[in-house]
Design a protein around this ligand. Structure first.
Ligand SMILES: [Fe+2]
Length: 291
């Protein structure tokens, strides 16, 4: 399998200049690459080191995230909520600066999602095969239809004990989709309206979302594929930042603890090469529009 990781030597998040050397790399991520910055550190203040502890979470959620216009903290032990908010807000700001520098074509088009901090280890958090992110998958969420919108994610490993974030990444999206798409039935007539009316989905599920969810579920359920399909192991050492379209790159999180994550949404029409996006690939394979 071709190496999908492009390693970049950047040491700064900011605009082009000293230590911030990579730019105009839309094509790398749009074609399924992983941009990896082993020297791009998210620095913690001395009094934030105490947040590198699973006890700062509320014990129920696997993520601590900021929600809404007032950045309400979700999933945290209330004693640490203010410090967590400041840390996560700073990560969002740095991830935004980085994305705008790396991808000038997207400037003004990236819409930030809820940033999160994941203080709980990957091991032992699994509740069902469908939620098991140690299995290769592309990101797709049952309640949140994307209608072709992209999921660009900026991750950082904060682990203070030298533990990497260990991923597996799989074959190119089109090769993966070709294996499963022919066997996926069309959505039942009226099902999208019903799911929306029952508030199972936050908006109407498009055919695109139907196929993306089916791909997510079918590949996770296919243990032979998980074992035998082309794949590459990647260890992201502490202090590493990485950027990827997680709706396109097959990935599995095998281990690690203490990670930052910021998602950006982008309309498929704002891509530099819309033809490489999952929406375009699926439409080509099926021979019809999915929106
Ligand atoms: Fe994922």
């Amino acid at each position: 399998m071709q190496n999908v990781v492009q390693v970049c030597a950047d040491t700064a998040w900011g605009a082009e200049g000293d230590g911030a050397i990579t730019h105009d790399v839309e094509g790398v991520v749009e074609h399924g690459g992983v941009l990896c910055f082993p020297r791009l550190r998210f620095e913690l203040a001395d009094d934030e080191r105490r947040l590198l502890n699973a006890d700062v979470a509320d014990g129920k959620a696997k993520n601590i995230s900021l929600r809404g216009a007032d950045d309400a903290v979700r999933g945290a032990n209330p004693a640490h909520a203010d410090a967590l908010r400041r840390m996560i807000q700073r990560y969002r700001a740095q991830a935004t600066t980085l994305a705008e520098r790396l991808f000038p074509h997207y400037r003004g088009r990236l819409r930030p999602g809820n940033p999160s901090y994941r203080p709980v280890g990957v091991e032992g958090r699994v509740t069902s095969w469908r939620k098991d992110d140690t299995r290769l998958h592309v990101d797709s969420f049952p309640s949140n239809p994307m209608r072709g919108r992209r999921l660009l994610r900026v991750f950082h490993n904060l682990n203070p004990h030298g533990q990497p974030r260990s991923w597996r990444v799989g074959e190119p999206f089109e090769d993966f989709a070709r294996r499963y798409v022919p066997a996926i039935p069309k959505p039942l007539p009226g099902s999208a309206a019903l799911l929306h009316a029952l508030h199972i989905t936050k908006s109407r599920r498009s055919e695109y979302d139907h196929y993306m969810l089916q791909l997510h579920d079918r590949v996770k359920a296919d243990l032979a594929y998980q074992r035998d399909a082309p794949q590459q192991a990647i260890d992201f050492a502490p202090g590493t930042t990485w950027v990827v379209y997680s709706d396109q790159v097959l990935h599995a999180a095998m281990g690690g603890q203490f990670m930052m994550e910021q998602t950006f949404y982008l309309e498929p029409t704002d891509l530099q090469t819309p033809a490489s996006a999952p929406l375009a690939v699926l439409q080509r394979l099926l021979g019809r529009p999915l929106l």
